[in-house]
Structure formats: C-alpha cells, structure tokens
Ligand binder design. Structure first.
Ligand SMILES: *Cc1c(COP(=O)(O)O)cnc(C)c1O
Length: 471
C-alpha cells in the first residue's frame, strides 16, 4: 500500500474492498463446500455482524474494565456446557487455540519430563501445532481403513508413563467419523491420563443431529474419563470467525490453561487465552448468533444438513467410479477409482464449485471433502450434477501431467539453500505460477506433486509456498 498522504473516506475504502475481494471464493450461497458455514438465513448473519461491530473496540485484556465480556462469556460458555455435559470453559479464537489450551493444561498438570500426546492419524494438525509450540511429542496411531475410526488397541499400545493426553475426535474432519470416545476415555482413565475430545467441528452439531433423529453415540464430558472438550462456534454454531470454547471437567484444569504474569513493571497480565489484547467482536458475534438461531433454529439446521448429507451420499454412490469414504455424519469425503480427484476438483471449480482436496495419508487415498451446512440442501442436486460432469471430464482428461523427474528433483533439493525468488523460478519452470495476481491456477499438478512426497517434504514445500506468495 502507498500510505495515502491524506485520509480516505469509508465509501472509497469499501469500494476498494469490493474490488479486492472480487476474485475471492463466495462466502455465501453454498458453492464453497469448506471454510465457510452458511445457514442460508441472511438475517442471522446480519444480527451477528451488527453485534460483532458493537463489541469490536472492547478489549478482552481486562475483564475488570469491561464487565460486559465476563457476562457474555459466561452466557456463551454456559450454553456450550449445557449442551456438552457441563464443565468449566474458556472462550477462545478458534479450534487451534482451544486445543492449545487443553494441551497446555494437560502438560502442566501431568508434569512429565518428556510429555507425549497419543492421537489417531485423523486428529487435527492443531494437536501437532500445540505439541510443537509446547514442547511435547506426538504419537500418531492408525485408524481402521474401512471405518476410519481410531484403533483403540493401538491407542492403548502407544501410551506410556510420559503420555499426558489422549485424543479422540467427534467427529474427525477428514472423513467425518466419530472415534470410539467411550473406549478411548476408559483406557485413558484407567492409566490416569487426561483425555480430550476434539469436538471442534461436531460439538455444536452432533447434539442437534441427535435431536433431529440421527443416531449419535455419547461423546461429551458426560462420558467417564473425558477430561476436556473443544467446540468451535465459528463452524456449526454459524458464528463469525474467531469463536470457540474449550471446556474442562475439573475447574483446576481450567486454571492450568490460564496464564498470569507480574514479572515486569507494567500492568498486570491475566490471560485466559493465548492472545492478550483481543477484540470482543467475536464474542459478541457468537453471543448474537446463538440467540438469533435459538434451539429451534439449530434443530432445523440439523435436519436440513442431515437430509442434504443423505442425499449427497446417495447421489455420489450413484455416480459411476466414485466412492464415499466412511459413513460419516455431515462431513462427506469421496474418492474415485477411475478419475483423478485433483482434476475433478479443478473441473468443479471451473464450474463455480469449490471441493476441498485432501492428500493421501496413512493408507487413506486422496479424496475430496464436502462440509454440508444449512445452505447445502437447496443446492444439493446442482452440486451432484456438477460433480458428475466434473468426474466425467476428469476421466476424459486423465491424471495431471507431472513433468518427468520433478518429484525426484524436489526430493533431492536442498530447500534451505534456495531463496524465495529461486524457488519461485523453479516452480514457474514446471508450469506453476506463484506470482500474485496470476489468477486461480489449476491446482491438480501441484496437488499431484505434493501427494507424491512424504509428509515432511510436503510441509517444507508448503512453508516455502507461503513465504513466496507473501514476498
Ligand atoms: C476446524 C477444526 C479444528 C481447528 O479449528 P480452527 O478453528 O481452524 O483453528 C480442530 N479440530 C477439528 C476436528 C476441526 O474440524
């Protein structure tokens, strides 16, 4: 930005924002099947936006200065606790922060010299991130390759006396299946180890699906042995981003998540979250969304998502060559035996629909992920038609052409010896344009290359990619 010499008007700025976001994926309408959660009810999102704006400048840094945040947080956390078996909670900025706090509390309470976390390979990378930040080791355990649920015996075998936390997902994101929470929590309890249920995506969804008639096994703090649970309100709570809750069964564990410091000559620091200065906007947005929808609103959305997911799964099974992975709830993943899924995703994108690619991992094939939300039902037939056409096109086109020797070349690269400009040139030489404004590239080649690399190398390349696009 050329910082303007004199200030610009709001109209002028908003007009420019409209131009800047022109090439973004649309956040409403249901044609983007991940990242965004749309109720299909604009008045709900409008109420949230207004409450968000009303609280925008309030700072959660000091609850004594702004008592409104204490009251609102107690109400929001209380609503989540009512739904998920009680507990003592913290309002956080998202699933990652909720998980970070749960891991911190477990690490500090267990106090082991070399703490480790035992988690299914389908658990969210937020646990790897928390372990990385907090100095813990991750012990991944396999899932059943038919059901995609955590292998309980493998969980048990991976635990030792330095295990501070065992994880189960309800559901896991990739295939949307609920791990055997009761069995995993029982093993953890027997060993005296904390057990976190990652219900980031399902916490504010599964109870409503259950009320709408779905068969949902117990998964929350009411299950013996479960010591903490995370629930993102900015997913199926349909609140604006920056809204999640972590609940601890034991109030002493919540205190382990807190941080205070008086070790400087400035104001005293008391933080419930990783962030210190923090807008109350997301809290206001979540508070408003929960009440703008109400119980009936959520049950109705639950019903609509269930019906949409059923129709989607049945429709996908009816498209030749496609295969749904697992019998998950309202997160639907599918692969194909005769069409390249990355090409399929590009074809769908060219037709105005975004399907989220997931790379092959731990024996699970590359696939595409659809998060079914409230708005999906209205467009489910259109979505299926696009998927069928895209699958047909992908079959015709065949797999993406990865330049000969490219994967070997990358595998042999000393990435640390390359600066961003050289990396960018290298990418361009194989047909991948990373320059800003180069439009929405067909991603199949990139995904195919990543898919052929081991996870550590994928990570190194992804970090490089981020660095290049911001340079
Ligand atoms: C989304 C998600 C997370 C991480 O949440 P963020 O809000 O993106 O930080 C963790 N676990 C599961 C199962 C999720 O779906």
């Amino acid at each position: 930005m050329n910082l303007p010499r004199i200030g610009r008007t709001a109209e002028d700025l908003l007009a420019e924002l409209a131009r800047l976001t022109e090439h973004d994926l649309p956040v409403r309408g249901g044609q983007v099947t991940s990242y965004v959660y749309d109720t299909g009810r604009p008045e709900v999102h409008d109420a949230a936006a207004r409450a968000y704006a009303a609280m925008l400048e309030v700072n959660c840094l000091d609850p004594t200065a702004f008592p409104s945040i204490v009251e609102m947080e107690k109400q929001v956390v209380g609503a989540v606790a009512d739904l998920l078996g009680g507990g003592h909670g913290i309002f956080t900025s998202g699933g990652t922060e909720s998980i970070m706090l749960a891991v911190k509390a477990a690490r500090d309470a267990a106090s082991r010299p070399r703490p480790n976390l035992v988690l299914p390979v389908t658990a969210h990378p937020a646990f790897h991130k928390a372990a990385h930040y907090l100095g813990a080791e991750v012990r991944p355990v396999p899932v059943d390759l038919g059901t995609f649920k955590a292998d309980v015996r493998a969980v048990s075998a991976a635990m030792d006396e330095d295990t501070v936390l065992v994880v189960a997902s309800a559901p896991s994101y990739p295939q949307g299946v609920i791990d055997p929470v009761g069995e995993i929590a029982a093993i953890a309890a027997e060993a005296g180890v904390f057990c976190h249920v990652d219900a980031c995506v399902g916490g504010w969804l599964l109870p409503w699906l259950r009320e709408a008639g779905a068969d949902v096994p117990p998964f929350d703090l009411s299950v013996p042995g479960v010591t903490s649970i995370s629930c993102d309100l900015h997913k199926f709570g349909y609140a604006p981003k920056g809204a999640s809750v972590v609940l601890f069964a034991d109030p002493a564990m919540r205190r382990r998540a807190y941080f205070a410091s008086a070790a400087w000559p400035g104001y005293t620091i008391i933080n419930a979250t990783v962030q210190s200065s923090r807008s109350a906007g997301p809290l206001g947005g979540a508070w408003a969304t929960l009440q703008a929808l109400g119980r009936e609103g959520y049950v109705e959305l639950g019903r609509a998502t269930l019906e949409a997911a059923d129709r989607l799964r049945a429709g996908l099974a009816g498209i030749g060559g496609l295969r749904v992975l697992g019998s998950g709830s309202t997160l639907v993943a599918f692969t194909s035996d005769d069409a390249d899924v990355f090409v399929l995703a590009d074809e769908a994108r060219a037709r105005g629909w975004f399907l989220q690619p997931q790379l092959s991992y731990a024996g699970i094939p590359a696939n595409l992920h659809i998060t079914v939300t409230g708005v999906t039902l209205a467009g489910v037939d259109a979505m299926l038609k696009v998927i069928a056409e895209s699958a047909e096109a992908a079959r015709r086109l065949g797999p993406p052409v990865v330049p000969d020797g490219l994967v070997e070349l990358i595998t042999g690269l000393d990435l640390d010896a390359l600066d961003d400009a050289t990396f960018s040139e290298l990418a361009a030489s194989v047909g991948v344009d990373l320059r800003p404004g180069s439009g929405q590239p067909r991603m199949a080649v990139v995904n195919a290359v990543l898919d052929a690399l081991p996870a550590e190398l994928r990570e190194a390349i992804l970090v490089r990619f981020l660095s290049v696009i911001y340079s």
